[in-house]
Design a protein around this ligand. Sequence first.
Ligand SMILES: [Ca+2]
Length: 71
Amino acid sequence: MIGRGGADEFLGEAGNDYIRVSDLDFESVNGGIGNDVLALGGSGLNLNLTDMAGKISGIETIRLLAPVTIP
Ligand SMILES: [Ca+2]
């Protein structure tokens, strides 16, 4: 699944899913069952997992595709 930005909702359900976002404005990412990847493809993203609590679930791997700041 590839998000193009904005308040998207991703639901992976069963299987190994790959969810790519271009910003952090999505409503929710839930990979469901399986080994699911959340890929951050935008530039200048500042990912604070504490702020994202409740928005990201069922994700086993976070992949950084572009310069991302993790405080
Ligand atoms: Ca899944």
